[in-house]
Ligand binder design. Structure first.
Ligand SMILES: [Zn+2]
Length: 336
């Protein structure tokens, strides 16, 4: 509670004009080389056009994304996945204020809105694709399905095990959706997916909420310069699977991407950032060169584990000044 209040306080201070000047001078002295900031995006689109999709993975509107690109292009150096790998392997050090853009899950908004802007600002990008979803219109991500079922149902309540969540107001529906998603993430994968199906059945809402780029377009994007990375086949939380099943998910997604795109796949992003020593070791043995978690932070390429890179998530609270602050080497303890 105290941390949340403190965070709110810091946020309102950060978004003032006076703080912009403080940031400008801090950015001027933030010149250390080989520090990598990795930004994580999911959806760049207009949320009112996709009321069925979970708002929690909405990163920015196209207008907000362009604003971010505009100010980042003036203050940072955009780098590619190959630049990062070369630097880690002892090649050219990264420039000061290096930034890598990453997009998880291959949502359609990347193709419609984000990629044209990234091209205009000459920003390299890595897209992490869960390979079981493209061209599967009856298949959506579980978080979108649960959110859609809970927010559109006519049922007055949702019963899960011992718990009962009232669905009589939009606020109660959002609380129920949030709590249900937390519960689903805590379960073994098979049980979690069975619960997702039973929620849809109980609430009488079965929309797939499919919003993923097609293979044909992924091939075009790859040819135009988007670097693709593996992100499993069915997007399970890997720590909720036995290690051999997790390995099959990882290997299958890399193989499917390599076959479809006819290009080597050098990187991986853990679904929901879910990592462990065993998983990182498995990726090392399978010769992945970089892997990305969702742990927040900046990576010092001289002493980081390339298979557990930290990232900075971009979401609803990511105003330009918040992003600028999070990307300063000095500010890693603020805005948790
Ligand atoms: Zn994902």
């Amino acid at each position: 509670m105290i941390r949340r209040a403190l965070s709110q306080c810091v946020l309102s201070l950060v978004n003032t004009d006076a703080f912009s000047s403080v940031l400008r001078s801090l950015e001027g002295s933030d010149t250390q080389r080989n520090l990598l900031r990795v930004l994580t995006y999911h959806r760049v689109d207009r949320p009112e056009e996709h009321p069925d999709l979970y708002y929690g993975v909405h990163s920015a509107t196209p207008e907000q994304f362009e604003l971010q690109l505009e100010f980042l292009s003036r203050r940072c150096a955009f780098v590619s996945l190959d630049d990062v790998i070369e630097s880690i392997q002892g090649g050219r050090p990264l420039p000061p204020r290096a930034v890598l853009f990453t997009f998880d899950d291959a949502y359609q908004g990347f193709d419609d809105h984000a990629w044209p802007l990234l091209k205009r600002y000459r920003a390299p990008v890595v897209m992490f694709v869960p390979t079981g979803f493209p061209d599967q219109p009856t298949l959506g991500f579980w978080w979108d399905q649960v959110y859609h079922a809970i927010t559109t149902t006519q049922q007055p309540a949702l019963d899960i095990g011992e718990g009962r969540w009232m669905l009589d107001t939009s606020v109660n529906k959002k609380i129920a959706a949030q709590r249900t998603m937390t519960l689903i993430k805590s379960l073994p994968h098979g049980q979690a997916m069975a619960l997702v199906r039973s929620i849809s059945d109980q609430l009488g809402v079965s929309s797939a909420c499919h919003n993923v780029i097609s293979w044909r377009r992924l091939e075009v994007l790859a040819a135009e310069g988007v670097t693709m990375g593996a992100h499993t086949h069915s997007h399970p939380l890997l720590n909720r699977l036995p290690l051999d099943a997790a390995k099959k998910e990882v290997i299958r997604s890399r193989r499917e991407l390599q076959e479809r795109l006819n290009a080597p796949i050098r990187s991986f992003a853990f679904p929901a950032g879910d990592c462990s020593n065993e998983l990182a070791e498995m990726l090392r043995k399978e010769k992945f060169e970089l892997a990305f978690t969702t742990r927040r932070g900046i990576n010092n390429l001289r002493n980081c584990d390339p298979l557990r890179l930290k990232r900075i998530n971009v979401g609803g609270r990511s105003t330009p000044n918040v992003l600028r602050l999070q990307m300063l080497a000095y500010a890693k303890h603020l805005l948790r």
